[in-house]
Design a protein around this ligand. Sequence first.
Ligand code: PEP
Length: 286
Amino acid sequence: MPFPAVFTAYRVFQRDHRVRGEAALGWNIMSTARKPLVAGNWKLNKLVGEAVATVEALKPLVADVSNVDIVVCPVYTALHAAAQAAAGSNVEVGAQNAYNKENGAFTGEISPQMIKDTGCTWVIIGHSERRQYFGEGDALLNEKLHFALGTGLKVMFCIGETLEEREGGKMDDVLTRQITEGLKGVSEAQFANVAIAYEPVWAIGTGVTASPEQAESAHLFVRDLVRKLFGDAVADGVRIQYGGSAKPGNAAELISQPNVDGFLVGGAALQADSFAGIITAVSAHG
Ligand code: PEP
């Protein structure tokens, strides 16, 4: 096969079957292997002492894991203490939200600069609970995303359809709108600091998990859309996490899907041992 044909065949293979380690294949012409990302969203839970205790309990359980990026996202009041507890370990700390202003008369808000100041490296933007309960729409979320990236924070950008939208045949339209509007203007270089969390709203906190086939088909749709909008390099490199009742018992099957690159975990991330169970399942998959 002439080289261009080999190259094209490899790109197609790469698109359809995630390549986690080219070295294992003896290839090193691409740098698109995606390191899985597993993050715990603790939502409105845990006092400072509890957050620190959970980080301290998690650290030894995942100390040997080097092939997964690990993040916990406590409430604002616990960010600094959790970041201090995690310092020097392979656990990073993120916030669950950030405003699109650095400072000023915005009572009750917090800026990405302040989040970074606590020692955090990540922030979640666009969680469905922010969209649903706090009325955050695509335009505002796009502003927040750009503002957070501008501070050097890494962003998990959440998307996902409701049950009504899925059953009404609107899932593709919803995901298309959330990605097109929400990620508007993000450059290829900036995408190195962006992960997309696909979280079907009907699976969040309900105990109902998307089947591996449902997750894979949505993730493939998202990646194909990202390819159309931002090109091959971004689509091949961007990590797409699954969120929605992920737990130690279903993580292995979900992560074996070629376009599932990790998890954003709610309930099962509250306890160090169950969160570590998900991380080790992902790590074992390689
Ligand atoms: C979430 O809120 O991001 C989430 C995925 O929650 P759970 O794992 O509890 O469904």
